[in-house]
Design a protein around this ligand. Sequence first.
Ligand code: ATP
Ligand code: MG
Length: 569
Amino acid sequence: MRATTLYAPTLRETPAEAEVKSHQLMLRAGMIRKAAGGLYTYMPLAWRTLKKIMQIVREEMDEAGGQEIAMPIVQPSEIWKETGRWSVYGDEMFRVSDRHGREFCLGPTHEEMVTTLIRDEVRSYKQLPLMLYQIQNKYRDEIRPRFGLMRGREFIMKDLYSFDKDEEGMNESYKKMYDAYTRVFSRMGLEFRPVEADNGAIGGGHSHEFTVLAEAGESNIAYCTKCDYAASDEKAELTVIKAPEEDMMELEKVSTPDAHTIELVAKCLNLPLDKTIKAVAFQSEQDELVLAFVRGDHDVNDVKVLNLFDEIIDLHMASDEAIAAAGGVAGFMSPIGIKEGTKVVVDATVMEMYNACAGANEKDMHFINVNPKRDFKDVIVADIRMVKEGDACPHCGAPVKMTRGIEAGQVFTLGTKYSESLHATFLDENGREKPLVMGCYGIGVSRTMAAAIEQNNDENGIIWPRAIAPFEVVVVPVNAKNDDQLRIAEEIYTELKAKGVDVLIDDRKERPGVKFKDADLIGYPLRITVGPKAVDEDSVELKVRRNGEMVNVTKAEAAAKAVEMLEEL
Ligand code: ATP
Ligand code: MG
């Protein structure tokens, strides 16, 4: 490919609307252009990278036993009504109707579609296991489309669905996909972690998110410094911390004027934070109050609290009135004296505290010498705190560290949730009718491209891992008006193409500075510079984008050396 014919209009200025690096750099490198909020055109460079990502994904899905299909993006509402998700999906679903007024949606995901596809044809255990996948656009009318391709309203996803005869088979399929995902992200040259994830609304089974490590990520991950445990902060399990045993002293009420935060209370009473108990009051969508208590130096994990109650769909901050109705006072709450029947959840670590301080459910008053085991009645005890750096790994006990990442893929076991509601059954070995046991596995292809850039860039631009670079090598004749330079560059270019290298020649008659800047911005892993020295001294320069490493070789050696260097990138 020649730069003179490549459609990649680069920008010198950083577009003001782009907040994150990947969005800025893709706009500047002429890779994408916005059509409307969350809707982008992929220009040639981006499309080349996306095709490489899709190819890697495809190869690994096929290798793991997947078969590629292509289902319609436009899906009839009827199948979504069968599972009840037509109403549950809410505003995130793009809905359309045809000329007859029939309702459809643009697929945000395809569990309904794929399950109804096979329910009439897969009848016997002999047809299982089955794995079907596709790579196509998905549509979600996100509340806040942002960060360019990271959270689009139209985006490319690989979605695979597994069907097995029993739970054991499902777990095997899950393992195959987990391994395939590990290979996908390794082959792309990305630093990533599979993290134990909360599977939220889907409930039950297990789930991992494949997270590309990057500062701009929206996921917080706790990972062990010793073993390979990693989990999203919402999910990270925590062990109970036992405070040193003390004699339980008598409960006492003390005045703590204006101390409405736990820090102020600790200061006022001259106590360390880990001797205090703090409260968070939630209210459900049914306006039911849920009070949560953790140690003063800990934070409440609202996902863990929510997961304790099957009947609650959503929790938000409680109003002062709701708290008062249960006998509490905002800022001065404790489980002691709260109205009977109120849902009170206490972190397991709190139950192991002695002579602690907690609210007295009275304005400007706290209790001291609170001994939860003695004083808390009718409370639910569970792990409800948020992980923080230094907490013990639940697997090996070593301290965990926190990092940020971008969810690029997620694997789920679904069990029979969809097969039951959609009546997708088969006959087992004994002729008994059973629901199919399913799993679903997504990779955000376009988000992965953005994540790769978030992880690999510097002040000059993108630094592509070789496997997903739009071109592996750029050959730059410094002065394309110089016939000798251009000829040598063309020779190297032709030789590289013959060796199967994905190469671009920057044959534009631009100033060298412009060409070098563009090469850095677009981020080709290797640059071969053909300047006056190539003509006078038979010396060609090879430069690695990632670390600036430079090597000079003769023009005859250049292509072979480039191939050798690419092996390392
Ligand atoms: P998120 O929590 O980020 O909204 P999700 O958990 O809803 O994502 P899944 O349903 O698991 O997403 O979809 C599979 C993959 O599709 C995700 O891991 C992610 O890489 C990608 N993806 C999801 N939503 C978007 C989006 N709006 N834009 C780009 N990629 C997306
Ligand atoms: Mg997800």
